[in-house]
Design a binder for this molecule. Structure first.
Ligand SMILES: Cc1cc2nc3c(=O)[nH]c(=O)nc-3n(C[C@H](O)[C@H](O)[C@H](O)COP(=O)(O)OP(=O)(O)OC[C@H]3O[C@@H](n4cnc5c(N)ncnc54)[C@H](O)[C@@H]3O)c2cc1C
Length: 298
């Protein structure tokens, strides 16, 4: 049969599974030829099977899941810290996340399926840099920073500056994303998120929205609004935040902020939805989420 139908075969992989951070960084620094750092492989394998990525036989695959320091969730000096190789299923059941950042657990609960969440990692979701990456909007509104290491040092950047475009990040060559951290939210803060897809589960988002407010029923002191699948990268929409800060969170203010958010996105028409539909959803969902957060602060 000349025509190939179905999923593509994997190339011959040279598999590495270092057990310590030093071994991992040394291996990545010295490796010769093509290589990929992988975690759960829930993007990596489908990208090869679907023909999106093609590698020659002999590609080095560096599995980071043997490095214990890259997994787990802890609270440390007023921050929540997650290892990049923390599985989505561990986020879902983490008492720290459920208590301090339920907005993230909520997002993860709608991702993929239990089987996929049992191997997919938060770092993999961010490094894949899909415009629709579902962990990104909640992490953006939680003011997350990401850290990576190479054999020569460590760097940190706000998540807002991490994504460069679809599939592209600021991660330098031969680096490994190591952790994601954000300030532990206080009692005068509230965050909510939602997403729309063609079905409720197992689909790429048409749009996802997350909002975060600090303040009370009389005045919003700080605000953040983030969206996925409405631009080449997940984005923080700062123009809408200034509409809210210092204002009483009444219906008119929330509506204006939602309108501003929707007019500051650049969605595209694609198989899943039109740009106009995404804009309309952006406004409606933002307004509803803001109202829900105001209710949480009351
Ligand atoms: C059936 C199915 C349903 C899905 N549903 C959703 C969904 O609802 N929402 C959603 O957002 N995604 C979804 N995904 C995509 C995928 O599961 C997630 O993006 C997942 O979090 C990727 O994590 P991973 O550990 O499997 O990444 P991998 O596949 O291991 O890696 C993905 C990319 O990130 C790089 N990488 C991974 N970890 C690191 C690191 N620590 N440092 C540097 N580079 C790294 C790899 O080189 C690769 O380029 C779905 C996938 C499948 C197969």
């Amino acid at each position: 049969m000349n025509q190939f139908i179905g999923s593509r075969a994997l190339p011959d992989l040279v598999y590495h599974r270092p057990g310590t951070m030093d071994d991992l960084l040394g291996l990545v620094k010295g490796i010769e030829g093509e290589y990929r750092v992988v975690a759960g492989c829930t993007d990596f394998i489908p990208a090869i099977r679907g023909g999106k990525w093609r590698f020659a036989d002999g590609i080095n695959v560096v599995d980071i899941r043997g490095v214990k320091a890259l997994s787990g969730i802890r609270e440390e000096k007023g921050e929540i810290v997650m290892g990049a190789a923390t599985r989505l299923s561990d986020i879902l059941v983490s008492p720290v996340i459920r208590e301090k950042a339920p907005v993230l657990a909520d997002a993860v609960s709608q991702m993929a399926s239990p089987q996929v969440r049992n191997t997919a990692t938060v770092g993999g979701n961010l490094c894949m840099a899909s415009p629709a990456a579902d962990t990104a909007p909640p992490l953006l509104v939680l003011d997350a920073k990401v850290a990576w290491r190479t054999a020569d040092g460590e760097e940190t950047t706000p998540l807002n500056k991490f994504f460069l475009g679809p599939g592209a990040t600021v991660l330098p060559p031969r680096s490994v994303l190591t952790e994601i951290r954000f300030p532990a939210p206080g009692p005068d803060e509230a965050a909510r998120r939602t997403r729309m897809g063609q079905r409720t589960a197992f689909v790429c988002s048409i749009i996802s929205v997350a909002v975060w407010l600090r303040g009370g029923p009389e005045k919003i002191e700080a605000a953040r609004i983030a969206m996925g699948a409405v631009a080449p990268t997940p984005i923080l929409i700062t123009a809408a935040e200034s509409v809210l800060i210092g204002k009483k969170p009444n219906e008119a203010t929330l509506a204006e902020a939602a309108k501003t958010a929707a007019s500051n996105i650049a969605p595209i028409d694609d198989l899943r939805a039109t740009a106009d539909y995404r804009k309309s959803l952006a406004e409606t969902l933002t307004r509803r989420l803001l109202a829900a957060c105001v209710g949480d602060l009351a």
